[in-house]
Unconditional design. Structure first.
Length: 274
């Protein structure tokens, strides 16, 4: 696992990294780049920057296939809190992606288990996900894989813990009764099967989960720790999310010179700021 405590806006960093990955891949219609995408507050800056790169003709999504990590069950696709709505309004309608290349789980399917099965099969059809970008919850959850989720789980129907429902109720008039308590989500194994995993962590409320991810033991009670099992995973965070880490841990990763460090230096030369 790689850790980078970035000096720059995480959205700018992630967008530039994704741009470099796609352009180096040189995707074609017959060999598209497969990108896993998240929702939430943290990725919003990333999507804004990716839109800019697309509009500036620096990056094209014409030969990119996307798979979103999760979706609520029972919300209409045009509901303001659905992840279909989030992705269309914050990203997809602003770029040159082919609509047929967009894959988001259908939380209104009559057969939810079948929907998850087809989703997994479609990922396999494309040969797997090249790069998946995600966030992490305060309790270490990734996608809707909450504590106690199997590390061998695949895309499935997930009943949400009441603590998650309560936290999400802020988006539903602060009313837990109006808040979905079932979701469809990529499993931990689905995420780990990707060629590369990039996690963004912002803010001090993510600091305990981050310290567990980097310095703790692998445990289903903190799903983010599963990244320790991945051959090519990285967490990019701000200084606040790194608050609980030991100084020697931070110093160790600061001394690594690789593509992540190179991008940090590139942003510095470009004058990107927080």
């Amino acid at each position: 696992m790689r850790l980078l405590v970035s000096k720059f806006n995480l959205g700018d960093w992630a967008a530039r990294y994704i741009c470099d990955k796609i352009n180096k891949f040189k995707p074609t219609e017959s060999k598209p780049f497969v990108l896993g995408l998240p929702t939430g507050d943290t990725p919003l800056d990333m999507y804004k920057q990716l839109i800019k790169l697309n509009q500036q003709k620096i990056l094209s999504f014409k030969n990119v296939v996307t798979f979103n990590m999760d979706e609520y069950v029972g919300l209409a696709e045009d509901h303001p809190m659905s992840y279909h709505y989030y992705m269309q309004n914050n990203f997809f309608k602003h770029i040159d992606i082919n609509p047929k290349n967009i894959n988001i789980l259908n939380g209104n399917s009559t057969y939810l288990e079948y929907e998850c099965k087809v989703f997994e099969e479609k990922i396999a059809f494309y040969g797997g996900i090249n790069l998946i970008v995600g966030g992490v919850g305060d309790d270490g959850h990734i996608a809707f894989n909450e504590p106690s989720s199997s590390l061998n789980s695949i895309t499935r129907v997930k009943t949400l813990n009441y603590s998650t429902v309560l936290a999400n109720s802020r988006f539903f008039d602060n009313n837990p009764d109006k808040t979905p308590n079932i979701a469809l989500t990529m499993g931990i194994k689905t995420i780990l099967d990707s060629d590369e995993v990039l996690i963004l962590a912002k803010g001090i409320n993510k600091s305990i989960a981050l310290s567990n991810a980097i310095e703790g033991s692998v445990s289903s009670m903190c799903p983010i720790t599963a990244l320790q099992l991945h051959r090519n995973s990285a967490i990019i965070c701000d200084e606040y999310a790194a608050y609980e880490l030991k100084l020697k841990t931070i110093r160790y990763f600061e001394n690594l010179k690789d593509d992540y460090d190179a991008l940090e230096n590139q942003l510095a030369k470009m004058g990107s700021t927080l």
